[in-house]
Write a protein that binds this ligand. Structure first.
Ligand code: C2O
Ligand code: CU
Length: 515
């Protein structure tokens, strides 16, 4: 095991300096990569960052399994007027004038080519959440790519390495808390069809166009310090006290923002979407939490759920009544439809609001807007119920390096930190390609943080070794979650809290491949 190399506290921007240096001499650096690697042993400061443009990235790309097929899509980000149902119309920003944005669907090994047109009045970038793609297409302004200027465009092009339920969203500022997100589904070639109906449900917390923008909310949070931002100047209401009809599984403080509306597939519970099925059909639900500050507890009235995938990767099927989906997390679950009309409810954990969709296999009264099926307080899925399906587990291996990310809070103001620093003074977590890396996520705050790593699907560390594969994991208040990963996708990769406000408040760092 090697020690994590730390940059000196007297040298706040060493990586930037080295990146600039590398940019000037990229060709030479690639040619002498072997020599640099040899020098690195026992000489940390001589190492250089693997940039998105490095040869190591191209080499990894050349080795990918591809079908040779290219799937093309286009995304136009623009101000849009969206109907949330029951006459609630909001002005927001969306892809193709719809929330969620258009579904992108392809097969593992296909090349995805997306033409982004930015018709917003500010810069933007698209991130392909959960996919371990090439570093230079990851869509993180300032880390892997320049942002796309207002009026400009960009052609994303990458091979899709894994099947499962993924999503895309803007990775600029708080644009995710507007309507800039959509589903990205990847089929497994030759996978036997296991469901009659395949439905994606994107869960969201919504405030844009209802009086304040996400940017104004952040300003408000900065003014208040750590007090919660309510909608009408009221603070410390529902979320701050862990209110709501159900006990919170995430502690008393589950959010910083009190949302007026929650959505499933762009609809509030006053005018829900209906999924029509035939009785006894098997329905595959793909749940995606696209919210910015809300974990959702999901259940379907009158039905049990069999969870088959977590964050895109297959698990040994396991039954539950309800499951908690953190921001950025996804679950696939199968149910067998009963005869009737049933509420599919996402409940804002610790906050108390709900969004609704209807599962209908027969005529009959629709569920009421505020329906709270008893399944919501039934058997709750936990991470320890999840076992990777054969062939998807990481093999047991002693870690070559252990990285620690302490999740903290600033002493004053609205500041969220990793290892004592906000993102603008971050200290990268260094790895070298070919390592087994253990990452300890240590939550030293009273709020949960759904931590997301770009470019990798890590394994949750179980007592028996590496367990379920995920790319986003809820770290409960004052707890440590350990994950393991293989450093097999060279580049610079963001590690951050998927609470968009915590992220904007600084809770981000970079997993930095070095040679
Ligand atoms: Cu879903 Cu860094 O993102
Ligand atoms: Cu957080």
């Amino acid at each position: 095991m090697t020690e994590r190399r730390a940059h000196g506290p007297d040298d706040p921007h060493p990586v930037l300096t080295r990146r600039r240096f590398l940019g000037l001499g990229a060709g030479g650096a690639a040619a002498t990569a072997g020599a640099v690697a040899a020098v690195r042993l026992g000489a940390g400061p001589a190492s250089v960052a693997v940039t998105p443009a490095s040869r190591a990235v191209a080499v990894t790309e050349a080795a990918r399994d591809t079908t040779g097929r290219t799937v093309r899509a286009s995304l136009r980000a623009a101000p849009s007027r969206i109907d949330l149902g029951a006459g609630q119309v909001v002005d927001t920003w969306a892809y193709h004038g719809q929330v969620p944005g258009p579904e992108i669907r392809l097969t593992r090994g296909d090349t995805l080519e997306v033409a982004l047109q930015n018709d917003l009045a500010e810069q933007t970038a698209v991130h392909w959440h959960g996919l371990a793609i090439r570093n230079d297409m990851d869509g993180v302004p300032g880390v892997t790519a320049p942002s796309v200027a207002a009026g400009g465009g960009f052609a994303y092009r990458f091979v899709v390495p894994d099947s499962g339920t993924y999503w895309y969203h803007s990775h600029s500022g708080l644009q995710l808390d507007r309507g800039l997100y959509g589903p990205l589904l990847v089929d497994e070639p030759g996978e036997p069809v296991s469901a009659d109906v395949d439905v994606t449900l994107m869960l969201d917390d919504w405030l844009d166009g209802t009086g304040r923008t996400p940017d104004e909310v952040l300003e408000d949070l900065r003014r208040r310090g750590m007090a919660m931002s309510g909608m009408s100047g009221t603070m410390g209401t529902a979320a701050a006290s862990g209110a709501g009809p159900l006990p919170s599984a995430l502690g008393a403080d589950t959010g910083d923002v009190d949302y007026p509306t929650y959505l499933i597939n762009g609809r509030s519970n006053n005018d829900p979407r209906t999924v029509r099925v035939a009785p006894s059909q098997r329905v595959r639900l793909r749940l995606v939490n696209a919210g910015a500050d809300t974990a959702f507890r999901f259940a379907v009235g009158g039905h049990r759920l069999t969870v088959t995938h977590a964050d895109g990767f297959p698990v040994v099927p396991v039954d539950c009544d309800t499951l908690l989906v953190g921001m950025g997390e996804r679950y696939d679950a199968i149910l067998t439809a009963r005869d009737g009309a049933f509420p599919m409810v996402s409940y804002a954990e610790g906050k108390g609001g709900t969004a609704l969709a209807v599962l209908r296999s027969a005529s009959g009264a629709a569920p009421s807007a505020g329906a709270l099926p008893t399944e919501l307080s039934g058997r709750l899925l936990s991470y320890t119920d999840l076992t990777p399906r054969e062939g998807t587990a990481l093999t047991g291996r002693t870690p070559d390096t252990v990285l620690v990310a302490r999740l903290g809070m600033g002493a004053s103001g609205y500041q969220w930190l990793i290892n004592g620093r906000p993102y603008d003074r971050h200290q990268p977590l260094d790895v070298v390609a070919g390592q087994r890396v253990r990452l300890d996520l240590r939550n030293e705050t009273m709020m949960f943080h759904p931590m997301h790593l770009h470019g990798h699907t890590f394994a949750l560390l179980a007592p028996t070794g590496p367990g379920t594969r995920k790319d986003t994991v809820i770290v409960p208040p004052m707890r440590t979650v350990s994950v393991e990963l293989d450093s097999d996708n060279p580049g610079q990769w963001l590690l951050h809290c998927h609470n968009a406000y915590h992220q904007a408040g600084g809770m981000e760092t970079v997993l930095s491949y070095r040679t």
